[in-house]
Design a protein around this ligand. Sequence first.
Ligand code: SAM
Length: 310
Amino acid sequence: MTSNTNYHIPVLTTEVLEALNINPEGIYVDCTLGGGGHSSQIVQKLTTGKLICIDQDKDAIKFAKERLKEYHDKIIFTNDNFAHLEKILYLNGFSKVDGILIDLGVSSYQLDTLERGFSYRMDAELDMRMNQSSGVGARWYVNNLTKEELAKIFFAYGEEKKSNRIASFIVAARQEKEIVTTFDLVEVIKRAVPYHQNKHPAKRVFQALRMHVNDELGVIKTVIEKSIQYLAPKGRLAIITFHSLEDRLVKTEFKYYNMECVCPPALPVCMCDKESLIHLITKKPIIPADHEVDENFRAHSSKLRVAERK
Ligand SMILES: C[S@@+](CC[C@H](N)C(=O)[O-])C[C@H]1O[C@@H](n2cnc3c(N)ncnc32)[C@H](O)[C@@H]1O
């Protein structure tokens, strides 16, 4: 039986609770339920309030439903992509909410479960889908995308400097034999990049494939837009990211929704009618304290940004 801490140790929990500034009678959304670590803290603060818990991974819903069973009267569980926030809120009869949490990326459970095919350290069929009942897994992309498409993904999402070389090796290798497992792919990457300082040679490519398979950056813009649309005045949006691409995107989106005008500076008067919709609660992201990183290494790259609806 997977324990709560084996499933996933939540990061920046104290900071998230402070950021959400929870009203016990309010409506909250945890867009990334995972093992329910953050949700268990949020729900304990609610009296008549409700918590909507979303995860696109069926395993997360199953695990957290059991973990949070004593709070079922306050929780609505939804197995869906958070990009569908608008539909989820509509179907559950909510037109406004008081706080939204998004803890991006994958859970430790997903990374550490062999059959999910996320890890370059364990041999399994290449999959990497957070939602295993939708779309195609990494195996299909690796064997079907062109060299240019693969290189673009490795460079854009993994910031892999040898992306062209690795993509060429993949295309050559799959002409001999289909790339089926994580170790098949690791072997090809090791041949393309035999020397890699410090990091595992496959780390960046695996990260990039995972982000592509799950359209991880694509859904961030959508969920921020929808969150801001559905937050009540003074409602808070808290987003935890784990790498620079995600953080940059959240920072840019928050900046955009905070701006009052997007007219070119040369225009004598404002013509855009844009409205500033949020206050930035965090000018710089909140990062974990040293003791948290000592206890949970996966927290080391986490960053929390918080905005408040005007
Ligand atoms: C970092 S974990 C969240 C951990 C959680 N906060 C906890 O305390 O255990 C991210 C979770 O979000 C889910 N997830 C990621 N992207 C998603 C999306 N677009 N829609 C719904 N769930 C998503 C993953 O399946 C995973 O379970």
